[in-house]
Design a protein around this ligand. Structure first.
Ligand SMILES: [Cu+2]
Length: 192
């Protein structure tokens, strides 16, 4: 839609230009195919994401409440479904969740990606065995301010999942990030 409007606007401006200076160049074809959609952000390897392709492991030092954005309910300052963690299929993933939020407990687990998130998760079943921190829905017994917890799991299935904080209300307020298991062996993080 946007592209279409831009194309039309450009055609209009070009048309005005044509009238103003009598330039005989033809106006651009409005029916030309729209430009390609913008490329997704490049995969980066920030200091908190370490991949070892020989050992087939990924180590993620995941920080909750890194910044005050979204009431500290973020991972590395990212929230609302932005960003993306990408790991190669078959690798062993270690996530150490550290909670730097001064106020609230948080958790982290890999689950189904959802269009909308419930306030309360009645049952937490991670996609991969072991892929969730302890007491993930609890405001008092999840990973509390200043605490850390490490989980290890093998991503034995490619697909598009989500890294979720299961504490009541957090995912619904945007504390989640896409988590993709790549059949092509891609690894890294998109930071926006
Ligand atoms: Cu949280």
């Amino acid at each position: 839609m946007n592209m279409r409007i831009k194309t039309l606007t450009f055609a209009l401006i070009a048309g005005i230009g044509l009238t103003a200076c009598g330039d005989p160049e033809p106006a651009p074809d409005v029916d030309a195919p729209a430009e390609e959609p913008a490329e997704p952000a490049a995969l980066e390897t920030p200091g908190w994401f370490m991949v070892d392709h020989d050992a087939e492991t990924v180590e993620i030092e995941l920080v909750a409440g890194t910044t005050s954005a979204n009431n500290y309910w973020n991972f590395h300052g990212i929230y609302g479904g932005a960003g993306e963690v990408v790991v190669p299929e078959g690798y062993e993933i270690t996530i150490t969740l550290t909670n730097e939020d001064p106020n609230m407990g948080h958790s982290a687990g890999v689950g189904e990606i959802q269009a909308t998130w419930p306030n309360n998760f009645s049952e937490v079943v991670p996609i991969f065995d072991g892929a969730v921190t302890s007491n993930p829905t609890s405001m008092t017994e999840s990973t509390m301010p200043g605490e850390s917890e490490t989980i290890t799991f093998t991503v034995d299935q490619a697909g598009e999942f989500a890294l979720i904080c299961y504490v009541t209300g957090h995912a619904a307020s945007g504390m989640w990030m896409p988590f993709t298991v790549s059949a092509e062996g891609d690894a890294g993080v998109r930071l926006n």
